[in-house]
Design a protein around this ligand. Structure first.
Ligand SMILES: N[C@@H](CCC(=O)N[C@@H](CS)C(=O)NCC(=O)O)C(=O)O
Length: 233
């Protein structure tokens, strides 16, 4: 597979400008991480809406991401000038930070700390808030047994307290630098508060540093743009 035009994804989501990095996504907390990062880094790109009510299960999308999840990208000008297809938002954020030289500290120790907080989101905060959402807003809310919901509330509160401790001492999660770790984390805080209405269950208002941090991040112009990309259609 050497060109974007050869890739099956182009049959369903053709590129208008095949020279640009292509984003296949939906404006969920995982999806907007990548549009926000691209906006912050001022990398030119073209966004395609993959509606997760079924588009992610089409053969064209599965040819790009066999794990049937957004976001995914294709960079026609990847390493050594070759096409690079990538999925998993953490991997994409690391790639974009490398490509742009932005949102990643130059200091080696802080780079590792950035990866640490990125993985805290990808392996902890995101999945736990996502499971809470399943058991409170989606199909799982019909389950009478209170234990799944209780378990995810306890775990989300614990993760929020870890974040709160860090943000009580620093402006952003990696000391005072705004990094890809922030871009991964705050969309999930917003999702918990605004999409899942978890404020009361998580006692979010008590995490004062975290809530102020969320508002600071949401106030960034690149974030405001990225939150709306791609359109839901
Ligand atoms: N670990 C993945 C999670 C991605 C993910 O869960 N995406 C959701 C939307 S937020 C999705 O595409 N769901 C569709 C499905 O599971 O079929 C990442 O960080 O990229």
């Amino acid at each position: 597979m050497h060109t974007l035009a050869d890739h099956p994804i182009s049959r369903r989501w053709p590129a208008t400008n095949p020279d640009l990095l292509q984003l296949y996504s939906f404006p969920t907390p995982n999806g907007v991480k990548i549009s926000i990062a691209l906006e912050e880094m001022a990398l030119p790109y073209e966004a395609h809406t993959v509606n997760i009510s079924g588009d992610q299960l089409t053969p064209e999308f599965l040819a790009l991401n066999p794990n049937n999840k957004i976001p995914a990208i294709i960079d026609p000008h990847g390493p050594d000038g070759h096409l690079l297809a990538l999925w998993e938002s953490g991997a994409i954020l690391l790639y974009l930070a490398d490509k742009s030289g932005k949102l990643m500290p130059k200091n080696p120790a802080l780079r590792h700390t950035t990866v640490q907080w990125l993985l805290f989101q990808v392996g902890g905060l995101g999945p736990m808030i996502g499971q809470y959402g399943y058991f409170t807003k989606f199909a799982g809310k019909q389950i009478d047994d209170p234990r799944p919901k209780e378990r995810f509330i306890v775990e989300c509160k614990r993760l929020l307290s870890v974040l709160e401790q860090q943000l009580s001492q620093h402006e952003h999660v990696v000391c005072d630098e705004y990094t890809i770790a922030d871009v991964a984390i705050f969309p999930w805080l917003r999702g918990a508060r605004d999409a899942y209405n978890a404020g009361a269950d998580f006692g979010m208002e008590e995490f004062t540093h975290t809530m102020r941090y969320l508002d600071r991040c949401l106030g960034r112009p690149a974030v405001q743009r990225g939150l709306l990309i791609p359109p839901r259609e």
